[in-house]
Design a protein around this ligand. Structure first.
Ligand SMILES: C[C@H](O)[C@H](O)[C@H]1CNC2=NC(N)=NC(=O)C2=N1
Length: 115
């Protein structure tokens, strides 16, 4: 059972075919206050100082996506990256989406200079 942000950060994605029900998804979302559920997808917009920093984040998150085999949609502009997660194989949200969202937050917090 994942009840803290630290649980999400320590967890690894696993193949999932069953979506969480709305209550379970809301419980996990409460651990990630910067994320919303929009059109069934876990969504956050990240802001940066410039394109270089935006792309550094995009590449770092791509690496996490590779290691977790769980891939967000990323919409990139000069100074923003909107990240959207859902689980195609489950046709909805699974714990994998929340695990990766927590890891994206951690990458963003790791930036040497704040956005
Ligand atoms: C075989 C492999 O596990 C699947 O194609 C993975 C890859 N990345 C994925 N990413 C996302 N976001 N949802 C998935 O269901 C998914 N499935």
């Amino acid at each position: 059972m994942m009840t803290t942000r630290a649980d999400l950060l320590a967890a690894r994605c696993r193949p999932r075919t069953a979506a969480l029900d709305a209550g379970a998804a809301a419980q996990l979302q409460a651990l990630l206050p910067d994320w919303t559920i929009d059109h069934g997808r876990l969504t956050r917009s990240f802001a940066f100082k410039n394109y270089h920093r935006t792309m550094a984040f995009v590449n770092a998150l791509a690496y996490v996506s590779h290691t977790e085999d769980h891939h967000p949609e990323m919409t990139v502009t000069y100074n923003t990256c909107v990240v959207r997660y859902d689980t195609h194989s489950a046709h909805g949200l699974t714990d994998n989406d929340f695990i990766c969202a927590a890891k994206a937050d951690a990458l963003y917090q790791q930036a040497a200079v704040p956005a």
